[in-house]
Design a protein around this ligand. Structure first.
Ligand code: KG4
Ligand code: ZN
Length: 362
């Protein structure tokens, strides 16, 4: 393994859902390029991500996205110290495109291969623009598939304090947007509609789990929105989309902030970060900033481009795996339901370019 004094440059690939992405990242925090080819326009036609279409599009785009990332970084494959790829969680067919590509490139170029957990990538996105951020810190991870309150005890060491019991926060945004006819992807569309609405117009419930102050539940608020809309139809009342969007957004962001703050108050760690697609939401960002300020907690957040899926965050997470000597074998596989913390069980390889086990943990 290289010493810490030398630069480590990683080519990272991300294809877990509907973005085909590649990035070149130096020393985990310096993004030399970050190319994202979004399929959103295509999936919008179907009201959500169609897995088969996602996989096919990844295959069509992946080579040009990688070439674009290397070109923008003004580097060649030979300049890379490792090739990193998201191997889970996500859509299995989509993940497989990135994993197969990364393995082929790493094998042909004789570079170490690093498998990265997608959620670990989201958390590590915070390192990119916050050069001073170091563990331990707390992180609220809110994406389309996950809602976790995590303590980042050290680089690559995660303790899950709370999680959703049903829908993820982003999933709730997407389902409610569909119900009020805003379409896919729901988060940004709800946020836009909410700007014109009154957040106190409709008292939607805040999901709480008795005895588990850091857990979340979003299926109740989603059902409440659907019931409200049905009630309006039955009573021939107007459906004010902006008020529904604003009230729903408030119910979700309030509960996220309350639980995150409760965890921060209990913890000796006074640093809080946010991550994942929903972390791009302005109401959540401003609410968290204000709550952290009030409690004397330092608040960290990535730019919106590093909140939603991207490969720079995978390069950031891969750097710390690289430093700790972890690498994947040529039998690295896609693990659609990979659990957070699993990568800790991945056997370390030393020296780096030696085939070890599958690098996964299924
Ligand atoms: O992290 P991400 O890009 O993909 C997953 O790993 O799931 O998150 C996508 C999710 C979607 O549910 C999307 O609606 C939500 O993040 N999202 C937002 C916003 N931008 C994206 N939710 C609320 N407000 C936003 N501005
Ligand atoms: Zn994601």
């Amino acid at each position: 393994m290289k010493g810490r004094q030398e630069d480590v440059v990683i080519l990272a690939i991300e294809t877990s859902c509907d973005e085909t992405a590649a990035a070149v990242v130096r020393n985990g925090r310096e993004v030399l390029s970050n190319i994202i080819s979004s399929q959103i326009a295509l999936h919008t036609l179907y009201g959500g991500v169609v897995p088969e279409i996602a996989s096919r599009k990844h295959i069509e785009k992946i080579n040009q996205v990688i070439e674009g990332a290397l070109a923008e970084a003004e580097m060649a494959l030979e300049d890379m110290d490792a090739i990193a790829v998201t191997y889970g969680p996500g859509l299995v067919g989509a993940l497989l495109v990135g994993v197969a590509e990364a393995k082929a490139i790493a094998y042909a170029a004789k570079k170490p291969l690093i498998g990265v957990h997608h959620i670990e990538g989201h958390i590590n996105a915070n390192y990119i623009e916050n050069k001073d951020l170091e563990p331990p810190f707390l992180c609220l991870v809110v994406s389309g598939g996950h809602t976790h309150l995590v303590k980042v005890a050290d680089y690559g060491v995660y303790e899950i304090l709370g999680r959703t019991r049903d829908d993820a926060a982003g999933e709730a945004f997407d389902k409610v947007a569909r119900a009020i006819g805003l379409g896919y992807p729901g988060g940004p569309k709800i946020e836009r509609a909410a700007k014109e609405g009154n957040p106190d117009a409709i008292p939607f419930p805040k999901g709480k789990i008795a005895g588990h102050p850091y857990d979340f539940s979003f299926s109740g608020v989603k059902s409440a929105v659907l019931n409200y809309i049905n009630g309006c139809h039955m009573k021939n009342l107007p459906i004010v989309e902006a008020d529904i969007a604003a009230s729903f957004q408030k119910a979700v962001t309030d509960v996220l902030i309350e639980h995150a703050m409760a965890a921060a108050e209990e913890s000796e760690v006074k640093k809080m970060a946010i991550a994942g697609g929903v972390a791009a939401n302005t109401a959540l960002r401003t609410g968290m900033r204000a709550a952290c300020q009030e409690k004397g907690i330092e608040f960290y957040y990535p730019s919106p481009i590093f909140c939603t899926d991207n490969a720079a965050m995978i390069g950031a997470a891969a750097y710390y795996e690289y430093l700790s000597g972890k690498q994947a074998g040529w039998d690295l596989n896609a693990v659609p339901n990979l659990k957070l913390g699993c990568s800790l069980e991945m056997p370390a390889a030393s020296p780096l370019f030696i085939q070890t086990t599958n690098g996964g943990c299924h």
